[in-house]
Design a protein around this ligand. Structure first.
Ligand code: KG4
Ligand code: ZN
Length: 343
């Protein structure tokens, strides 16, 4: 039997993204970003994002259907990001998805953006990858999760107490005049620098922290340390600052993720979210996981930042595991908790 086709819609931030999968096979992944319209403000402006989603929605759906070489009526189910994210931006996606699902007479799954980030990795594996520890690092969220079943059983082990990892990259990039979004810019700049040039602090890694909050993150002290270093060092080497800052983030993320693997006895780690595209994080993770005997899975770099394929992937997994669709009209939930996989 042919596997069902699922179309996923993602509009939680500044990407209007449509993905189409058949079972676990990716058929289309269309991304229209309004990032350039936000760049001069140094961050995403919600009103601009909502308007851009409205304009990009129909052309993006049309392009995805064309890329997938299907027609709209071939779609078996629709999935949409219901939260967390910018409420106005989410609403455009939810309204579009509801209309499409009703028009086609197909089930609709309102799904969690964070779980979707993790589930995109499942597109590349035939066998279930549960249980796993997941390190979810994006612009809005950073948490360590125990995933027993990606379609319904996610436990939060810890999260950031202040900035998200991606947010830290974005803020340091601004200090270094590297533009927005900062992650890719720091990643590039760091290639020419030394990760050991400056010994920046690793947040929440004292022995006291390991006792009381082993899986929490904090990046605000690191941000202050970088700012102070720049103030006190007029002739700083930008590439060294970028590489040393990046190293501090990567080090602490992996220390905590591998500690979670060890204490739960789960020898599997998925790293997901925009920061998982970071080349240094990918390299150091590969090295440390191999040494620790932990199986590492990271989505292809292009599927780490926001996309529709991840939403379609989670919808497809929900459908194949017999999870009920979302009934009736539903609102977007801008602060949807990571443990709640669907509405
Ligand atoms: O997952 P994502 O696309 O959106 C959210 O759900 O937040 O993550 C965006 C974040 C941004 O903060 C961006 O700077 C960061 O991911 N990012 C990176 C890299 N590519 C994107 N951070 C570090 N290195 C990268 N190569
Ligand atoms: Zn995201």
């Amino acid at each position: 039997m042919m596997q069902p086709i699922v179309l996923g819609i993602e509009t939680s931030c500044d990407e209007t993204a449509i993905g189409i999968v058949r079972g676990r096979t990716l058929l289309a992944n269309v991304i229209a970003s309004s990032v350039e319209e936000h760049a001069r403000f140094g961050g995403v402006v919600p009103e601009i994002a909502s308007r851009a989603h409205l304009e990009a929605m129909l052309p993006s759906i049309q392009r995805a259907v064309t890329d997938a070489k299907i027609s709209l009526k071939d779609i078996d189910a629709i999935a949409v990001t219901a939260g967390p994210g910018l409420v106005g931006a989410l609403l455009v996606g939810v309204a579009s998805a509801s209309g499409l699902a009703q028009g086609l007479g197909r089930p609709l799954y309102g799904v969690n953006h964070l779980a979707a980030h993790v589930s995109v990795e499942y597109l590349t594996h035939d066998k279930p990858t549960d249980p796993t520890i997941a390190l979810l690092v994006s612009g809005g969220h950073s948490s360590l999760l125990q995933v027993d079943d990606i379609t319904g059983s996610i436990t939060k082990l810890g999260a950031t107490m202040d900035d998200a990892a991606g947010e830290a990259f974005d803020k340091i990039a601004r200090l270094l005049a590297l533009g927005f979004p900062g992650g890719p810019a720091i990643d590039r700049e760091a290639q020419g620098g030394s990760p050991t040039a400056i010994d920046f602090p690793r947040g929440l890694t004292t022995s006291q922290d390991w006792q009381s909050r082993p899986y929490e993150f904090s990046f605000s002290g690191l941000k202050t340390a970088v700012a102070r270093y720049l103030e006190n060092t007029p002739r700083f080497v930008r590439a060294d600052v970028a590489a040393s800052f990046q190293e501090a983030v990567v080090d602490v993320l992996l220390l905590k993720a591998l500690a979670a693997c060890k204490s739960t006895g789960i020898n599997s780690l998925v790293i997901a979210g925009g920061v998982a595209a970071n080349s240094r994080l990918r390299a150091v993770a590969a090295d440390r996981c191999e040494k620790a005997g932990v199986q590492l899975r990271i989505p292809a770099a292009g599927l780490c930042t926001d996309n529709g394929a991840m939403v379609a992937a989670l919808g497809s997994l929900m459908l194949s595991s017999g999870r009920p669709a979302t009934h009736g009209a539903f609102d977007a939930d801008s602060s949807l908790k990571v443990e709640q996989v669907n509405l």
